[in-house]
Design a protein. Sequence first.
Length: 558
Amino acid sequence: MHDVVIRGGLVVDGTGSPGRRADVAIDGATITEVGEVTARGRRELDAGGLVVTPGFVDPHTHLDAQLCWDPAASPTFLHGVTTVVVGICGFGIAPCPPGGGEYLLRSLEVVEEIPFASAALGVPFTWESWPEFLDHLDSLPLGVNVAGMVPHSALRYAVMGDAARERAATPAERDALARVLRSALGAGALGFATSRGPNHNDAFGGPVPSRLADDAEMRALVAECRGRPWQINVETKFAGDEPALLAEVGRYVEWTEAAGARLTWTPFLAEPGIDTWKRVLASNRAANERVPVAPQVISQPVTATLRFDRPSLARAIAGWEHAMARFFDAEPAPRRDLLHDDHFRAELRSAPEDCGRMLAPCYDTWTIASSRSPELIGRDVASIARDRGVHPSDALCDIVAADELTTELQVPVVNRDRDASAALVADEHTLVGLGDAGAHVTSVTNYTYPTDVIARLARDEGAISLEGAVERLTSRPAGFLGVPDRGVLRAGAPGDVTVVDLDRLAIAPLRVVNDLPGGAHRLWRGAQGYVAVVVNGVVSVLDDRPTGERGGATLRPR
């Protein structure tokens, strides 16, 4: 008998080849047969009418800290994901010098919105080196496989101490950084990750350590990545300066070619009315004639949070600037009074809706993410206003007043051109990711993107074939990042399998859960239509629910 047999499904194997009807047998942690399986299984799953794929690989997560207290990697694993990559954008919790944990966690709070109070309770810092951190993860009951990049800011802080956030490295420090990176790569890291993103500041308000690295340091570290990937969050991502972006990426392409490495850069986004993405895509195709380059894209808009109990992006909403300046300058009690003030409300009402503009009112897309009225969570402001027969901004004022300022809104900010983002996902030289699982816990739920790619882009819109969508969620990220043995469903491969009811597949409604260490809250979106998720032969999800069984492991390139 086999341990597990998945019978009669449409096997879409991750290579891009057409799907075929087949059974899949798993013994131990390995797929042993794909075809007509005659022997029975100790556990049989009927996949008739269902789609059977390799487990999805998420190449861009910030689960480094969360895995310490939630090794299941919830709710990412509920979206068919069986392998995650950590250490992205140069941020992480290893390597870490003695006593350095607070700096790393406070910086993660500022950059990635991972609450320090929760992380301080949940991250034990029983390691110093990056390999020791990977060993720590390996000791946990992981629900997913974990592979990692060595994060540049943590690497600099471990080698240079406080000088890492003050200046460029000396030649001796540069050599030490390369030496520590080399050791981590030899111990199982996939590659190296960094950031020059202008919005990435640390807990002191200054640039994160990686932003202080000069080109000599960067080139020395990229040179250690021969045959491996490196990832960078680019400096020109928000500038709207196409020539500057192409020049910056062009410089990184030259470093990558000289090193014999592979480059993935973030983020590559598409905004309404701006066709820059077409020329960047063309430039990237040309670059791939010389060296593997894969900008990271996502199918969904990236969101941010509007809140009213403390200063937030609400004060930057077009047409709200004057009213919100008064609002946030006031103490909480006068703020509550302003919510009922006719003049204040009239100012908000007068701001025109403009869904093509970043940070302008667009009430159909503004979703209640947190409220004391649970029936409102997950609903958009426009529909609530229609039910109440009032202007959307008046409905919002009523909700915020009833919540005593604690309301939170999830608002699309970038990547709002759905057609363009679909084209980016479908391109053969991009990498689908940017889900940021584990980060931005009160504003972002883009870790749901695998479900969106399959259900919306492939099934509903036909923007990409089912086989193409699966390839971009499996073998493409696994192959580009060098995640060992993952991404293709074939005999001899690890038993990572996702079974999908394509007709039912959907992202579940938004809700709030208070499950961070210390009881802090985060946004949560599960899924429906995942009949089974299997990790190394262990069925971890059955009919959209966790089974409590976990088969994850740390992955190290050989």
